[in-house]
Ligand binder design. Structure first.
Ligand SMILES: Nc1ncnc2c1ncn2[C@@H]1O[C@H](COP(=O)(O)OP(=O)(O)OP(=O)(O)O)[C@@H](O)[C@H]1O
Length: 586
């Protein structure tokens, strides 16, 4: 399946702004109580702001012009109290919405991270880790910013604007219509420009992802970069990506700010209309000065929020573009689903390949029509030239990928009919590049092994002894409590392989696959591992992939893997010949 996010479009990408906004609001639907309080605070805030021009007009017409300063003082006091209340309701709104936004951010990040945990290996090989990190960290924050900072402001601006609009029309319908005229043009402009603004932001977010991927790649490979003196190359590469990001950010910035001057222009035109038309009405005796001042204030309270809406609209477009990138991941499904298998397969082997074909997504076929059986308790070796397909064959045995066609049987049943837990309990896979997590050796060898989770170190050491692994543990300074740092740079590659080995053996799998698992281990320790393998329960089936032929001399069967074929190699000498010929021809 194609999991390449840069080639996929999310389900929401083509939907209208309001359809996606509705979906985004569902993310905070469970916060109804807080949203209600924030909404009430917003309504009080906006209502008080709406009332103030009316009070000012009333004070001017009834108390200022008649020089009744007691009244002026009284209404000034009322206005001050109103402003203090708006201060409090504004604070309440920010506090409540800040919490809503942060909780939404928390939930969203968890949702993406959990989805990432569900997705198959092919998803990770088709996407760059840095870009995924940027989606989890940066894009979710853009959505949060909209909710925590903009949503209530957005509603408040809308509310104030509508209220002012109503007042403008009620005070004088003709003047009101003339004042609101430019707003219609603004609306038209917004509708036309929004898709373009969102697109500019999507390009920018993508380039932030590339930037993050570039940083991640160079940090992960810093040793190679230093050893090969490639710092200048990476500096140049980073500079190019950074420059690209700079240009897309400028593009997005221009797009995001386009609304502000346009809205500003139309709002100034509207105020000019009010002034000119209003003065005419006063001259005709149809209007008072106080009313004109109130009117101008309403025009300001109508157009100011509109200006704010311009900035908020951009923030919404950024959030929508970020949401597209997030929803791309959330809408993915693992194509390695558990399926029912009602077919009666005739097989007493532990694992069988039946006419298996396999190709990586978008690539050429790597395995052509492969069939073989792995019997219980036997040891198999896979040999072949580099790139011949050994790891791919082993990955299909462990169902890291599904066959493109044909069937892999485990215990006589389609391997796809086992749940991930059932399968991993049966199959232990020691990868070519073992990965360790930050923690101790104990944490790492018990990774995904619940059987000994609550054991004390002494109990665990007894289990390790029973599995004949105690000599391996001695190779770590502080035994089970030896610290392993993130990326595990404080221990050698060989030690990493030993931990991976203990991790797999302690699970007591029916099938143990070792992919070049002893490549970085000295010959004495390798002998130790070989002894441990000989003492595994009799029914354990072993698959060993190795370039060093001494590692596989005890194999019951040797398979030669090359050019899409997996064929029995017979004796060790014959296998050697095939390998030499294979290497020559490849
Ligand atoms: N994730 C992947 N996506 C696309 N192609 C891949 C992927 N992994 C391996 N390949 C290709 O599949 C072919 C077989 O690779 P594989 O790793 O199975 O070989 P191998 O025999 O295990 O090699 P080695 O001895 O070097 O480990 C190679 O041509 C390789 O380029």
């Amino acid at each position: 399946m194609n999991y390449n996010l840069s080639q996929l479009s999310g389900k929401d990408e083509k939907k209208s702004t309001f359809a996606v906004l509705k979906k985004l609001l569902l993310l905070i639907a469970h916060e109804r109580r807080r949203l209600l309080f924030a909404f009430i605070a917003m309504v009080i805030n906006s209502a008080l702001l709406l009332l103030s021009p009316l009070i000012i007009g009333h004070t001017i017409d009834n108390y200022m012009t008649t020089k009744q300063f007691d009244g002026v003082l009284l209404y000034s006091g009322i206005l001050l109290v109103m402003f203090l209340i708006t201060l409090f309701t504004g604070y309440l709104q920010t506090k409540l919405m800040g919490g809503v936004g942060q909780r939404m951010l928390y939930t969203l990040r968890n949702a993406i991270f959990n989805k990432l945990q569900e997705l198959p290996v092919s998803f990770f090989s088709q996407n760059k880790a840095g870009d995924l990190i940027s989606r989890v960290n940066n894009d979710t924050d853009k959505v949060n910013q909209f909710f925590s900072q903009s949503l209530m402001q957005f509603l408040s601006s809308l509310f104030t604007m509508l209220g002012s609009g109503v007042f403008l029309l009620l005070i004088n319908f003709k003047l009101g219509t003339a004042t609101l005229g430019p707003a219609v043009l603004i609306l038209l402009f917004t509708v036309l420009a929004s898709a373009w603004v969102k697109r500019k932001n999507a390009v920018n977010l993508k380039s932030v992802g590339s930037l993050s991927a570039g940083i991640q790649e160079s940090l992960n490979n810093f040793k190679v970069i230093i050893a090969f003196n490639r710092r200048d190359y990476f500096r140049k590469r980073f500079d190019e990506t950074n420059q690209q990001n700079y240009h897309t950010a400028i593009g997005a910035g221009i797009a995001n700010n386009i609304f502000v001057p346009v809205f500003g222009l139309f709002s100034s035109i509207a105020q000019l209309v009010v002034l000119l038309y209003g003065i005419q009405l006063i001259a005709a005796g149809e209007f008072t000065i106080g009313l004109l001042i109130s009117y101008l204030s309403y025009a300001v309270t109508f157009y100011n929020p509109l200006r704010q809406l311009a900035a908020l609209w951009s923030s919404l477009q950024v959030a929508l573009a970020a949401w597209d990138r997030i929803s791309q991941i959330l809408s993915l499904e693992n194509d390695l689903r558990t399926v029912r298998d009602d077919t009666r397969h005739r097989s007493d082997a532990l694992l069988s390949f039946r006419n298996v074909h396999f190709a990586y997504a978008g690539g050429q076929e790597i395995l052509h029509n492969i069939s073989f059986d792995l019997q219980k308790g036997k040891t198999y070796a896979l040999i072949g030239p580099t790139g011949g397909g050994k790891t791919t064959t082993a990955s299909l045995m462990a169902r890291l990928y599904d066959a493109t066609s044909g069937t892999v049987l485990l215990d006589g049943k389609d391997i796809r009919s086992f749940t991930a837990e059932e399968r991993t309990n049966r199959i232990g896979f020691i990868l070519q590049e073992p990965f360790l997590f930050s923690g101790t050796v104990r944490d790492n060898i018990l990774y995904s092994n619940t059987a000994y989770k609550d054991y004390t170190n002494a109990q665990l050491e007894a289990v390790i002894q029973a599995a004949h692994l105690e000599d391996l543990l001695l190779l770590f300074d502080k035994g089970l409590e030896t610290e392993v740092s993130s990326g595990a740079d404080n221990i050698s590659l060989g030690q990493k392989q030993l931990i991976a080995f203990m991790r797999a053996v302690l699970r007591n799998p029916k099938l143990l696959i070792l992919d070049e698992a002893t490549a970085n281990i000295d010959t004495v320790t390798e002998q130790l591992l070989s002894d441990i393998l000989n003492k595994l329960p009799q029914e354990t089936t072993l698959v060993i992939i190795a370039h060093r032929l001494n590692t596989i001399e005890n194999a019951d069967e040797i398979y030669f893997v090359n050019s899409g074929e997996v064929i029995k190699a017979g004796t060790m000498d014959h296998a050697m010949n095939m390998l030499i010929k294979g290497k020559r021809s490849s």
